[in-house]
Design a protein around this ligand. Structure first.
Ligand SMILES: CC(C)(COP(=O)(O)OP(=O)(O)OC[C@H]1O[C@@H](n2cnc3c(N)ncnc32)[C@H](O)[C@@H]1OP(=O)(O)O)[C@@H](O)C(=O)NCCC(=O)NCCS
Length: 195
């Protein structure tokens, strides 16, 4: 089996970022002590965002599992903070024991009041960089067709729809939904993500 790539993703963090709208954020890696901050961020999200969360991170057990995955090296997460509060994050998840180990699953979540200001693009770029350091060849993003804004944003980031799977997932209310898988090659990555 291929060896897990050792990652030293901590280089360069924390980073101070000034968004085009003038707001200042700090971008850094998620740490063990961030559980309460992530919970507060998740619980502040509007109901429509919560509906589509891949895992319910308003529950502390699930946040604990996420942080354990970061500690194990299966997940890398960057968070954005403004005034000491988490206002967005991006993660890449991969599993060296699986035959999909060259593909990382990206998740990006930006708080509503910080959207449309380039933060999602910036966090995604950090995750692409960390994914490349892990030896990943492809990024996959998963969402439902109802998440039209997210799909449009990921298309702007260079992702393309790879598959539509019918009735593949259930939302937080237990309703079946189709799943769209979008992907982006990391090999020969252009600088479009940093445009
Ligand atoms: C998707 C999401 C992460 C985008 O974050 P963001 O900070 O608003 O994104 P940015 O401002 O960096 O925008 C990135 C690009 O997408 C475009 N974009 C962002 N939101 C868009 C929308 N609703 N409709 C169309 N385009 C959109 C921007 O114009 C930008 O493109 P450009 O730089 O070429 O102009 C954010 O809307 C979000 O958190 N959504 C809820 C969570 C979610 O559905 N995540 C996806 C599943 S992992």
């Amino acid at each position: 089996m291929a060896k897990a790539h050792k990652v030293n993703g901590s280089s360069g963090f924390p980073k101070d970022l000034k968004l085009p709208n003038g707001r200042a954020v700090v971008v850094r890696l998620l740490e063990t002590g961030d559980a309460a901050g992530i919970l507060a961020f998740a619980r502040s999200l509007p109901p429509n965002d919560l509906l589509f969360l891949r895992t319910d991170i308003t529950e502390s057990d699930n946040v604990g599992e996420w942080i354990a995955n970061v500690e194990k090296g299966n997940t890398a997460t960057v968070i954005a903070e403004a005034d000491g509060k988490i206002v967005g994050y991006a993660s890449v998840h991969s599993d060296q024991a699986r035959w999909t180990r060259r593909v990382g699953e990206i998740r990006v979540q930006v708080g509503p009041s910080f959207r449309g200001a380039g933060l999602g693009r910036h966090l995604a770029a950090e995750i692409f960089r960390l994914g490349q350091m892990r030896g990943l060849k492809k990024m996959a993003a998963m969402m439902t067709p109802d998440q039209a804004g997210a799909r449009a944003a990921f298309e702007k980031l260079g992702f393309q729809v790879e598959a539509l799977l019918q009735d593949w997932v259930v939302d937080r209310d237990g309703r079946p939904r189709d799943l769209i898988i979008m992907s982006h090659d990391l090999e020969g990555l252009s600088d479009q993500i940093n445009a």
